[in-house]
Design a protein around this ligand. Structure first.
Ligand SMILES: *Cc1c(COP(=O)(O)O)cnc(C)c1O
Length: 430
């Protein structure tokens, strides 16, 4: 497979854009090599600048759940564009969008649209702070909530330590208000909450984690979190930017039967266009300006073209709930195909899957948190990634990411993925 155009473009891009990319993980830094520059996408496939075809297992990190250039979304975008690209005034579609989301996710009583997942989580913790009058937030090691300062905090050496910034440019002042615990470790959460009595405004988590690879909550973990947040007056925020409308019509909260106080959304909600949202209990959301004292605004928020794309996407998912069973079936066929090849060679691995999200970890340990995810053999992953790429399968270019399967994947594509996997294992293991 020739990727000359990608190499030329990457060369040029590095002089013009930091690292040649507009979001770091795209740079292939953790797997090495040159990122592939894409030209178009259709259904289950991406086509690069050299005309190579790839079967998609990332789908723009989640949003393209119906595959690329889905005609339903395309039509909605076309119709919206004909009426203006932006109004900066309220529209009927925003009301319909709010109504639809609230009907799909009953824990949301009021909702505000923004332009990205980052904006949604940033606003959600501001609202939680405004509502509670408290300063601190509690998050989990390995959970990603966008790039706002408060979330770029590493766990440090132990669960009981206060945050240390993970990124240059985040002040110690901000970091000290972010507490971190290992995922699935309720005892650590309890200890932190007791040590910071009446100081924690919000506990935020990905109910199913996608951002350290796919990691599931252990039995009872979310229930215990819900209970202690209620007891201690802490606003529980489910960051469903990734899982919302991906794992079920009503997100992970529907699957696990837990009602958070606030929910943040993004990715699928925009049908591929830049959209985010946050919403939840009425009395908390009524803290938001212009009703309440928490300021949050956006020139392009509720943009008519983005709303049209998102509304078409959510309407389709809402009206075809069997999509989620179909997606689980397709994804399980993929993961079973992968397992077969791995088992045959006696390679140690862990496969985490829920619905249409999965990660193959190159480790013999059970992966339940960041520390166990980090036991993976990253060198082996890098080789595997490149081997699959050269065989036309587009995986996430990092061990610590989830795959996202779309409805566009056919039996033929699954066969292609399985065969590429077998050939890749032979290539890297000999
Ligand atoms: C992607 C993601 C975000 C950030 O969303 P952006 O649109 O990239 O700003 C936040 N939280 C979770 C769980 C995500 O997966």
């Amino acid at each position: 497979m020739q990727t000359i155009q990608s190499k030329i473009l990457f060369e040029k891009a590095q002089n013009l854009i930091p690292g040649g990319v507009n979001s770091p993980v795209r740079a292939f830094k953790s797997v090495g090599g040159t990122p592939i520059f894409m030209q178009s996408g259709r259904g289950a496939y991406l086509y690069d600048e050299d005309g190579n075809r790839y079967v998609e297992l990332i789908n723009s990190w989640g949003p393209m759940i119906l595959g690329h250039a889905n005609p339903i979304i395309e039509k909605a975008i076309g119709e919206a564009i004909a009426k203006s690209f932006s109004f900066g005034a309220p529209t009927r579609r925003e009301v319909e969008m709010a109504e639809l989301i609230i009907s799909m996710m009953p824990s949301i009583e009021k909702i505000r649209m923004v332009n990205s997942g980052t904006e949604a989580t940033m606003a959600a913790i501001r609202v939680a702070r405004g509502f509670t009058g408290r300063n601190k937030i509690l998050k989990f090691e390995g959970c990603y909530h966008g790039h706002a300062d408060s979330f770029l905090i590493a766990a440090g050496s132990g669960a009981i330590t206060t945050g240390v910034p993970d990124s240059a440019g985040v002040t110690a002042g901000v970091a000290q208000d972010t507490l971190t615990a290992p995922f699935n470790d309720f005892e650590a959460v309890k200890t932190l909450i007791e040590a910071n009595e009446n100081q924690i405004a919000a506990l935020i988590l990905e109910p199913v984690v996608g951002n350290m690879g796919c990691v599931l909550p252990e039995n009872g973990f979310l229930e215990k979190i819900r209970k202690i947040c209620t007891e201690k007056g802490i606003v529980l925020i489910f960051d469903e930017v990734m899982t919302g409308f991906r794992l079920a019509r009503g997100g992970a909260q529907e699957i696990f039967g837990i009602k958070p106080d606030l929910t943040t959304l993004g990715k699928i909600i925009g049908g591929g266009l830049p959209v985010g949202a946050y919403g939840g209990r009425k009395e908390i959301m009524d803290c938001v300006s212009p009703v309440g004292k928490v300021y949050q605004a956006g020139t392009l928020s509720g943009n008519p073209v983005a709303m049209a794309a998102g509304f078409a996407m959510l309407t389709h998912l809402n009206e075809n709930p069997t999509i989620y069973q179909d997606l689980t079936k397709i994804t399980t066929q993929i993961t079973e195909g992968l397992r077969k090849g791995l088992d045959k060679r006696g390679l140690k691995y862990t496969m985490n899957q829920i619905g249409s999200m999965f990660t193959l970890f190159f480790t013999d340990q059970k992966v339940t948190n960041l520390a166990s995810a980090k036991t993976s053999d990253l060198g082996l992953f890098g080789k595997y990634f490149h081997s699959m790429l050269s065989k036309g399968v587009y995986l996430a270019p990092s061990q610590f990411e989830s795959m996202f399967v779309s409805t566009a994947i056919s039996a033929e594509d699954i066969r292609h993925i399985t065969e590429a996997h077998e050939a890749s294992l032979t290539e890297i293991l000999g």
